[in-house]
Design a protein around this ligand. Structure first.
Ligand code: KIV
Length: 272
């Protein structure tokens, strides 16, 4: 029996940089489980992010801080089992890379070994550069993440747009260049002014993928549960909802309850 599951051409970090060169936009979405990842991959998304937003979406926490490395590995491995084509990136959760670069490397190695992921993502710039370098030196591809970095929510105190002032914008551009020079293969920019995101994308050769960062970047990422309308409360300006799955699923469950109570289900044909 073959151990190769794909008949598709897999997306690699090299393919993503070619896409930037050709001006072809990169489509990235989150997934945290086998069933969702299977749909997202079959639809043809280029990158699947096993985001630590699983902490909010899957576990119902208010922030991304509580999710553990073991939990991220469970989500990552579930996603990888479903994927034939997309590049799979797994977030390093809060507290597993900020302490020191050795810990960052050990966390990344666990993700690569136990999930069979393609890459890891870390939040931050110069503060985590030593960790980024150490992970990269082990041959693990790294995606950066600047702008609104939800793991630092208690420092920011708000989920408002970042880098509106010149000082923070200058630091963000410098950090982006540092991450590129270190060898990151791509960068996520979250919730920053579109003009700044465009400037960063034009200044870097690696793909820049935005969420709430306008259309001048090399690709877009959204949380799948948000764009499908499964989550309800989260409604930032940058979010385009493609469906109202919450209402559709709720309606289906209500129909099922009604059918059970009225003894309509199961019918003669639905039993043995
Ligand atoms: O965890 C996540 O889903 C993310 C995206 C919002 C980029 O980091």
């Amino acid at each position: 029996m073959s151990i190769h599951k794909e008949s598709f051409k897999r997306v690699t970090t090299h393919i993503l940089s070619e896409m930037k060169l050709k001006g072809e936009k990169i489509a990235m979405l989150t997934s945290y489980d086998f069933s969702m990842a299977s749909i997202v991959d079959k639809a043809g998304v280029d990158v699947i992010l096993v985001g630590d937003s699983a902490s909010n979406v899957m576990a119902g926490h208010e922030t991304t801080l509580p999710i553990t490395l073991d939990q991220m590995i469970y989500h990552g491995a579930s996603v990888v089992r479903a994927v034939n084509r997309a590049l799979v990136v797994v977030d390093l959760p809060f507290g597993t890379y900020q302490g020191n670069s050795k810990e960052a490397l050990c966390s990344s190695i666990r993700i690569m070994k136990e999930c069979s992921a393609d890459a890891v993502k870390l939040e931050g710039g110069r503060e985590i550069l030593e960790s980024v370098n150490r992970i990269l030196s082990a041959g693990i591809p790294v995606m950066g993440h600047l702008g609104l970095t939800p793991q630092s929510i208690h420092k920011f105190g708000t989920y408002a747009v970042r880098a509106k002032e010149e000082e923070e914008a200058t630091k963000l551009l410098e950090d982006a260049k540092m991450l590129e020079e270190a060898g990151c293969f791509a960068l996520v920019l979250e919730k920053i002014p579109a003009s700044l995101a465009t400037k960063v994308a034009e200044s870097l050769t690696i793909p820049v993928i935005g969420i709430g960062a306008g259309g001048g970047v090399d690709g877009q990422v959204l949380v799948a549960h948000d764009m499908l309308g499964i989550t309800q409360e989260f409604s930032p300006r940058f979010l385009r909802r493609y469906h109202n799955l919450f209402a559709e699923m709720k309606g289906a469950v209500e129909n099922y309850i009604e059918d059970v109570k009225s003894k309509d289900f199961p019918s003669e044909r639905e039993q043995y």
